[in-house]
Write a protein that binds this ligand. Sequence first.
Ligand code: DGJ
Length: 715
Amino acid sequence: MQSSDNNLPELPAWLRLDGGMATLVLALEDSEPAVSYFGPRLPDELDCRQLVAAGRRQTPPNSLAHEPAIALSPSIARGFSGPPGFAIDHSGKAWAPDFRLTSIERTAQDSVALISRALGGDLELTHHLRLDRDTGVLEAWSRLSVLTSDGLRLHHLAAPVLPIPDRYTRLLGFSGRWSGEFQMSEHRIPVGAYVRENRRGRTSHDAFPGVVLLADGATEQQGYALAFHLGASGSHKLHVERFSDGRALIMMSDLLLPGEVMLDAGESYSSPTLYAAVSVTGLTGIAQSFHPFVRAQILPVTTHAKPRPVHYNTWEAVYFHHDETVLKGLASRAAELGVERFVLDDGWFGGRRHDRAGLGDWFVSDTVYPCGLKPLIDHVLASGMEFGLWVEPEMVNPDSDLYRAHPDWVLEAPGVPQRDMRHQWVLDLTQPAVSEYLFVRLDALLREHAIAYLKWDMNRDVSHPGGRDGRAVGRRQTDAVHALIDRLRIAHPAVEIESCASGGGRANFEVLKRTDRIWTSDSNDALDRLAIQRGFSLFFPPEVMGAHVGPRDCHITGRHISIETRAGVALFGHMGMEMDLRELTVPESGALARAVTLYKQHRGLLHSGRALRLDHRDWDERWGVIDQDGSQALFGYALTGTLPTTLPGRYRFAGLEATAGYRLSLVWHSPGIDTRFLDGLSGQAVPGGLLVEAGIELPVMRPQSILIFKLSRAD
Ligand code: DGJ
């Protein structure tokens, strides 16, 4: 920090943070903080006054004499004509407060809090910014506090807003649906706005709160890219806009319902946290920033303690048809295949024999389990596996003892009938009695049973989040869910939790601060998964990506896919299996057991390495992971569609040292592939430069087949 002349002489004119490969410079002129630069690391000796001067704009014709900045919270008071960073009023007044920077606090070596005040000191707006030292990932959130008056209405408070440098011309947005999450779609950044609003009350399958901005020419491995993600488990909004004056911004916020936030004296409201990463190596650089950041800064510490165990999940094997003898048989088969954790999915409690009843009654069903869960758990433990259990705490079926006893425990909008979705309604966790009930039940289950893992599901949108006082509680409900998980974690620190919402409907960094993995999608179709994993893995490292080997004929798509392809795709995430194991033929069982062994041999590399993203064609997928010292790598190739040519062409590796020699082997492949295509290279040290620049010719392949290569540096 340095001081200079400024209308608040005690404050500096600019402020700089550095971390990883990134630099952030804030201009603090006119007592309104704004990002002057967020991009690749600048030289240490740079004079930031020059940077700020270089960014000074002339006044165009027919414009305000003093062009309003794209400030951290652009404001109506300053005449900003784009979207404001906050919207408030006090009985219809105080709608244009003019916040002025009053102080700066270094909250840690890598973080600052910029405090601004308005309305004679009654309102305080604080921007918190942290640039992670190791990865250069920016964390930023805004907080509005009311110091003296009552009854301020807050309509909107965005996380700190960033200008978009004009080198970024394209954006990768996220769309999707249930069983088809994290689909990427590319657009030119328009003049006007690209806006995604998610009002589902959960992160959603169709509007993941993330976006990547790309400079012209940027690819998977090359060029400038900037990525943004909002840690939001509820409704949210993404706004990218280019203005006629040539400037552009990105703003992300949660999406509040009318009247939801009223602040009295002493109360505050914080935006969700915005995360941003900078890359000069295309999408690979984005993943290589976010992955170590998530590992070191987001995931619960306990998650790092042990390798990610191979899962077996009962859902697609038995659905609601629980039978202790059948389940014990499946557990035994799973253990033989190398499974390390058996997860009992939906159907074990209350009247839950189908999806129309039982949610809320978190008591083991004595119809299905007359002696409780203990015999099954004992069998699982005796087979050498951990035991995990499915729960969906936020929900209730109207046909449940809980609802019959407490019909006033559900969220509802006054005068509006409940809107059905999967026959279930949402409990109002903002009522202390409701959260207490859920804590007591979950706590009891965890105390009474040897449960190492909870799959925490959430299978419907929160469409009418009205509390008992008639007001909307959207964000308060989300905070209450997080608080319940936090409380449970404190009581049971060794229990791992999965965030599931009909698949990947609640995937974000905020939920991942208190959970250990994400159920990526309900589609276990390996081809679907390749596209889903491509989007997901921009933000999340592979160890949190729940990836199961599904049934031979996928229950969602009906596609018939070989065990080699299903297993080869799943082993690049947190591997598991989810099928009726009785369907496996002897060769399929053998292949699955070998895939599990391969996963166990390489999970250390996969779950700590650097992601390598490869450019691909319409008919294939290519990806890789290399360990931190660059000595071992795994690369995958899958032919997903029909080739337009007789052969797939060349496979070019990435991330290798040009002059180092690598031994190349094929560690996994679909049946029927003539593996002699590598004969000319086997046993030799092949230079990285050859493998990256020239690549190797791929063999004759059928659609839906897969190859996994291993590279070991030969020194
Ligand atoms: C949705 C989940 O995504 C599935 O894996 C399964 O747990 C079902 N819910 C159970 O109802």
